[in-house]
Design a protein around this ligand. Structure first.
Ligand code: ATP
Length: 754
């Protein structure tokens, strides 16, 4: 992978669209590009542009205070730019970036309103995507791929933790760290989702429990209802059909009696006519006998009327009994509970009574209360029902009257009979006929009596049938029709009625339950199971992400250890080469080994991301503690360097040049072990003396075998290593111009001659 082109527009002093091309690598080395020009012409702005397009977020490293400071701010002759845009094109034929493009152009754009965007081959992407891609191609964005002006010894003056971040870049663990960081974000998100779902579950659970209870009660209710319906069908069925049968029998008996009476009446009429005819033929009828017979007939008529009235009254009394029984309704459960409660209270009260007479009367009272309740609970017996006293009195009066009439009739019959004996000889035939007539009348009277009883029975059954019909319709609703159309197989009789009542009470106890509850229960249960499944899935996801993190931590540790040791060796080699001797060493530090004063400014290796605002760090976070268990305990790196002939190890005691040499040795070591595809070095050779500049040029030439170098320099020896030279000039309008130059065109001090 190598740089092919840099395009800048509106970025710092590069107000106009400026393009810089790089030479492709040759067989043995990558061509070195040197950028030269006078102070303030904009050379470092070029390095800043590369740093910026690679996603740099640190305003300090970009030498600004606000993010919009990178946009061309305008000059006397040129108005300010509305946006800054930098595009860096890279050849990716070797697939260093795991992406399906042989040429990759990364673009960063920033507008004055603060909005910004990243593009990858003209498609919008997230900064994180670019960071991961570059890290995978081994481009150390923050550390050594772009070494800014005066930043060469930055690594020496930074804290051990900052150095650790630098070495994470250098040892190539950054891609794993980015993946780890993303996994942690995912882990946190999963945790948040998990607690959301768990909260929902907690909310649903009590409702589900209550619904379940109700659904169970409904189920129980269903079972009771089923038994009740069966018993009701059998009970009412047998009652109904028994009535139907009885009615039929009584009706038949009634009809027959009616028919016989009609026949008998017809005969009676014929006989009466016959008697009348004989009496008319007799010219001198006995007035005394006629009077007796007339009296007899009238009394008989009266007797009939009174008897009819007697039957009607009897019927009415019977019907009131039947009605009273069918109108009986069981006492509501709540009233029963009340009454039983009162009885129990009464019984408890008995214990305290010492006086026997008082105890006696109280026992009587409780007993009466219990008997009353018991009576109320039983279906009334028709015999116990007291009919209307008015009716009873009426019936009594009628019976008395009837008795009187019967006596009168018997008396008249006697008188008629004695007359008959007297006149026997003369009027035998007529008298016999009259006797026959009376006999017939008596018979009819008996038949009418029987028919009257049947009529009462009929009315009683019909009344009962009506009442049963109403009761069935009330309790059985539409099931009643079925029961009335088919005779039941079982006829359990009256005995099951208490069980029917018991089941009805039970239903009353359970109370009414909305059938919609079952639907709601099923829906809620389904939702609960779904959420429960989600919790399990999320736990699974958590475990697998945690596993990924552990694996990444292992990879990070392994890779870091291997490369770090190699860098350490190369560092010593280049250090000795540049210093002509001496010694140096990189030392890994754990939390315990880092001096306390640094603790407060402690920067974790994930710091690189905290600047991006993407990592929300919370040290108290339990998840973090858990996932950091397997993390590399090394959190800092110390650099020890002792130039030849000296004993000191403290870096701050080194001279400016020594610091630059140590840094160059370190960067060269990293380049040798883990070469970055390209490196931008901005005046890193500024502090070197002539001899060291030559040595540095030699190292540069050696390292260019593996990396593409872009060097900003004022140093001729360095320029001489370059394959291509660009000159940056600045015109009157404060705008940088870029031009290709040759070494011979460069005057002393790096000024390009046109
Ligand atoms: P030296 O050789 O001294 O290091 P240089 O060529 O590296 O110089 P730069 O640091 O690249 O110079 O350029 C600095 C110049 O860029 C300054 O004059 C500064 O005012 C100008 N500059 C920085 N930001 C902007 C901006 N947003 N708009 C216009 N000019 C800017």
């Amino acid at each position: 992978m190598y740089l092919t082109k840099l395009e800048i527009q509106g970025f710092k002093t590069f107000a106009k669209k400026t393009s810089l091309s790089f030479l492709p690598p040759q067989a043995d080395r990558s061509p070195i590009t040197a950028v030269v020009g006078p102070n303030g012409s904009g050379k470092s702005n070029l390095a800043d542009a590369i740093r910026w397009v690679l996603g740099e977020q640190s305003l300090k490293l970009l030498r600004g205070k606000k993010s919009e400071d990178v946009i061309f701010s305008g000059s006397e002759g040129k108005s300010r730019a509305g946006f800054a845009e930098v595009s860096l094109s890279l050849n990716n034929e070797d697939g260093a970036m795991p992406i399906d493009y042989s040429e990759v152009t990364i673009t960063r754009r920033l507008f004055r309103d603060g909005s910004s965007e990243y593009l990858l081959n003209d498609s919008k992407v997230r900064l994180n995507d670019i960071q991961l891609l570059l890290a995978q191609a081994n481009v150390g964005q923050r550390s050594y791929s772009v070494v800014g002006q005066g930043m060469i010894d930055h690594i020496l003056v930074s804290t051990p933790e900052e150095r650790k971040a630098f070495f994470d870049d250098a040892t190539g663990v950054k891609p794993y760290q980015i993946k780890r960081h993303n996994a942690i974000l995912k882990l946190k998100k999963t945790h948040a989702n998990l607690s959301d779902v768990e909260m929902l579950l907690r909310e649903i659970e009590p409702r589900l429990r209550s619904l379940k209870r109700q659904a169970n009660r409904l189920e129980k209710r269903g079972a009771i209802e089923e038994s009740l319906h069966l018993l009701e069908s059998q009970y009412y069925g047998s009652q109904w059909w028994e009535l139907v049968d009885n009615l039929e029998i009584v009706k038949k008996g009634f009809d027959e009696a009616d028919k016989t009476i009609t026949l008998e009446r017809r005969e009676l009429n014929a006989l009466e006519k016959k008697v009348d005819a004989v009496e008319t033929v007799d010219e001198k009828p006995d007035t005394g006998l006629v009077a007796l017979q007339t009296q007899y007939r009238e009394l008989q008529k009266k007797h009939r009327t009174i008897r009819d009235e007697h039957f009607q009254t009897e019927k009415e009394i019977e019907l009131t009994r039947v009605r009273a029984q069918s109108n009986w309704a069981p006492l509501p459960l709540i009233r029963i509970v009340e009454q039983v409660g009162a009885i129990v209270k009464g019984l408890m009260g008995l214990k305290k009574i010492k006086d026997v007479t008082e105890l006696h009367s109280e026992v009587e009272a409780v007993l009466k209360h219990s008997t009353d309740l018991n009576k109320k609970l039983q279906r009334p017996n028709p015999e116990d029902i007291k009919p209307d006293p008015k009716l009873v009195n009426k019936l009594k009066g009628l019976s008395k009257d009837e008795k009187k009439i019967v006596i009168g009739l018997e008396k008249l019959e006697g008188q008629i009979d004695s007359y008959a004996t007297k006149e026997k000889t003369e009027r035998t035939e007529l008298i016999e006929m009259q006797k026959l007539l009376r006999e017939k009348q008596r018979q009819i009277h008996l038949l009418e009596n029987r028919r009257g009883t049947q009529e009462i029975d009929l009315a009683r059954y019909e009344e009962r049938q009506g009442a049963l019909l109403r009761e069935m319709d009330e309790f059985m609703k539409e099931r009643a029709v079925e029961v009335r159309s088919n005779r039941p197989e079982n006829s359990p009789g009256e005995d099951v009625y208490p069980e029917i009542q018991r089941l009805r009470y039970k239903l009353e106890l359970i109370g009414g339950i909305d059938p919609e509850i079952v639907k709601e229960f099923e829906q809620t249960n389904e939702r609960f199971n779904f959420l429960d499944g989600q919790v399990k899935d999320l736990h699974k996801a958590l475990r697998s992400t945690e596993k990924v993190i552990v694996e990444l931590d292992e990879q990070i540790e392994k890779q870091s250890k291997k490369v770090f040791n190699k860098i350490n060796k190369e560092f010593e080699k280049y250090f000795k080469m540049l210093f002509g001797g001496g010694s140096c060493r990189l030392v890994k530090l754990t939390r315990e080994e880092i001096p306390d004063e640094n603790e407060s400014e402690g920067v974790s290796p994930d710091r690189a991301f905290s600047d991006t605002g993407e990592a929300e760090r919370d040290k108290e976070d339990v998840i973090e503690t858990k996932i950091n268990k397997h993390k590399d305990p090394v959190i800092g790196v110390d650099i020890q360097a002792t130039p030849p002939g000296k004993r000191l190890k403290a870096l701050n005691l080194l001279s400016g040049g020594e610091r630059a040499l140590t840094s160059i040795a370190l960067i060269s070591a990293i380049m040798a072990v883990n070469p970055s595809p390209f490196v931008v070095l901005d005046e890193v050779d500024a502090a070197l003396d002539e001899a060291n500049t030559v040595r540095f040029a030699g190292i540069l030439s050696e390292l260019s075998k593996n990396s593409q170098f872009v060097i900003i320099t004022h140093n001729r020896a360095t320029m001489e290593q370059a394959d291509v030279l660009y000159g940056v000039t600045m015109g009157d309008q404060g705008i940088s111009n870029l031009l290709s130059v040759h070494l011979e065109d460069v005057a002393n001090g790096g000024t390009a001659r046109r």
